[in-house]
Design a protein around this ligand. Structure first.
Ligand SMILES: [Zn+2]
Length: 263
């Protein structure tokens, strides 16, 4: 006898993926339909049971061959000695947008000490315990709180010259980082001088600083005050994704947008 814990996912379109990434930062960009446990004789028997329930065409892993709307099943564990671990959902509210985040592993996005120190006047008591649904929300939160710090005169250094931006009527920048070797790219936004944001990227796994000569940094739009920078960012993420879905580092995805366009 086998106990198999599994989840069923539906491949989401780009719009829905962006939404999933925002709302369910801990789980998946595709849409989770269910999580359950089945008792069966073997893996083959398990697959049979799942096919009976979800149809012959259900896949047993996520792959590039799947199309939007297709279902796939992921086996999370066999022999559930410690079932609670898998069903024990972690829930919290995003400190920025207020959305409920549900996850199985605590992957909540938190403020780093250096961020609190550099952007938020080192108010560790106030900001140390917050968590966010996504990196995006965290950045948005920093922008908001940073502005409060500036307005209340808590900040004296002009390390990040938000005030300069106001004078120049710039809401921020949309930038693109490309890897020359693989042609992969990442689109992002910043309300600070892009060079600060690029510096942050170089501390991440995705753009390790040791490969710096492989990267190309570009500003693709200077967003004027009054325009919605989040919308501009979304516009470029979608635009570049549609031109070259395989190379986008913004979406971890496999859904076939080309087919949607051609069809
Ligand atoms: Zn949020």
């Amino acid at each position: 006898m086998l106990e198999i814990i599994y989840r069923i996912y539906e491949v989401a379109d780009l719009e829905k993926q962006l939404e999933n990434m925002h709302n369910f930062a801990g789980i998946s960009y595709n849409t989770e339909l269910t999580m359950d446990c089945k008792i069966c004789d073997s893996r083959e028997h398990f697959k049979e049971l799942i096919k009976n329930e979800y149809g012959e065409n259900i896949a047993f892993r996520n792959s590039k061959k799947l199309n939007i709307g297709d279902l796939y099943c992921i086996i999370i564990a066999e022999h559930c000695f410690n079932t609670e671990r898998y069903f024990n959902r972690i829930e919290y509210k995003c400190s920025c947008c207020g959305c409920k985040v549900v996850g199985y592993v605590d992957k909540s996005v938190r403020l780093e000490n250096w961020e609190i120190k550099n952007y938020l006047c080192a108010q560790f008591d106030k900001y140390g315990d917050l968590h966010f649904c996504s990196r995006k929300c965290k950045e948005h939160f920093i922008e908001k709180e940073r502005k409060k710090c500036l307005d209340s005169g808590l900040v004296d250094e002009s390390y990040i010259s938000r005030e300069d931006f106001k004078r120049k009527n710039i809401a921020g920048y949309i930038y693109k980082i490309s890897k020359k070797s693989t042609e992969e790219f990442y689109i992002g936004k910043t309300i600070y001088l892009p060079v600060f944001r690029w510096g942050q990227h170089l501390k991440t796994e995705r753009f390790p600083i040791k490969n710096i000569t492989d990267y190309q940094f570009e500003v693709i739009e200077i967003v004027p005050t009054g325009e919605n920078i989040l919308e501009r960012e979304k516009f470029y993420i979608q635009k570049y994704y549609k031109e070259n879905p395989e190379k986008s580092l913004n979406i971890l995805c496999t859904a076939h947008l080309e087919e949607e366009q051609n069809g």
